[in-house]
Design a protein around this ligand. Structure first.
Ligand code: DAK
Length: 258
């Protein structure tokens, strides 16, 4: 059993809850947290008992960005050497649904981490923003790319170029978060959402995520081909037979995730 210092793992049924746990730094993403989180996410991705992964922080902060104190004195050569980019690519490659459950600050790298997840569920206390420009840098783990794809260039440019923070209501209005709920109901709603997803057939979830990802990364025709192939491949799964038999027999399916 791996020991973690900067994150916590709790398994609830088929949902794995991963909580960022550096309260002294508002969950700033230092190298250790990145290693632990990315390593765990890859492990959970390979674990057939897990159908969905929740990533969350504390009430006060999802994550207040990359760790400024850790990188402040680094040179360009040292930043290249440290390769903070590669591991995050591995996180974004997780095949299973990942849900960011955001309360409080999701700034800089914290916002970027949320954008790497498939769904963002936010508390009304959530605040999103890219403060990097005010630090003399720019978002570095996918922020400029994913925010443009999420909300379009003009609004993305305003957020990245000004560093302006937005509240949960605005984040919902412009399409960054899928839903905003009260602080009291956040964990309950997150659990219901994650359980609903994790109860579906795992091969179908993985196929759905692969097809959704293709929509962001390929021209339409290539994406349609990927969708068609993912769809067709599911016809050799036990869960497709069960899902369609259950429909005909007017009962709920009992998926075995294969
Ligand atoms: N890094 C390190 N420590 C942080 C931190 C951060 N990002 N954010 C907060 N903390 C620490 C504070 O320093 C403070 O520690 P002590 O001074 O008590 O030791 C503690 O957390 C509590 O914070 P505050 O006292 O400041 O709390 P407040 O409620 O007053 O303010 C705040 C909360 C979130 C508004 C404020 O802490 C703040 O502005 N934090 C910085 C937010 C920020 O600028 N984040 C963007 C960081 S830049 C890369 C890829 C990506 C990136 C970089 C490299 N590579 C691939 C190489 C991404 C860059 C970023 O994310």
């Amino acid at each position: 059993m791996t020991e973690y210092e900067t994150i916590r793992l709790e398994r609830r049924g088929r949902v794995a809850w991963v909580t960022l746990d550096r309260p002294e730094a508002l969950n700033a993403l230092n190298a250790q947290l990145m290693r632990e989180l990315v390593g765990l996410a890859s492990e959970l991705d390979r674990d057939d008992a897990v159908g969905a992964i929740v990533v969350t922080g504390s009430e006060r902060a999802f994550a207040a960005g990359a760790d400024i104190k850790e990188m402040a004195d680094k040179s360009t050569a040292e930043m290249r050497e440290a390769d903070h980019f590669g591991p995050w690519l591995e996180f974004a490659r997780v095949r299973k649904p990942v849900i960011a459950v955001v309360s409080g600050f999701a700034l800089g790298g914290g916002f970027e981490l949320a954008l790497m997840c498939d769904i963002i569920l936010a508390s009304e206390t959530a605040t999103f923003g890219f403060p990097e420009i005010g630090l003399g840098v720019i978002p570095g783990i996918g922020g400029t790319q994913r925010i443009v794809r999420a909300i379009g260039y003009p609004k993305a440019a305003e957020l990245v170029l000004t560093g302006r923070r937005i509240d949960a209501a605005e984040a919902e209005r412009i399409g960054i978060v899928s839903r905003v709920v009260t602080a009291e109901r956040l964990l309950e709603e997150a659990a219901a959402l994650a359980e609903t997803i994790a109860a579906q057939s795992l091969p179908a979830l993985i196929a759905a995520k692969a097809a959704l990802d293709a929509a962001l990364e390929t021209p339409l025709e290539a994406g349609l081909a990927i969708e068609a192939e993912q769809f067709t491949a599911l016809f050799d799964t036990a869960d497709q037979k069960e899902g369609m038999a259950a429909f005909r027999e007017k009962r709920k399916p009992e998926f075995r995730h294969r």
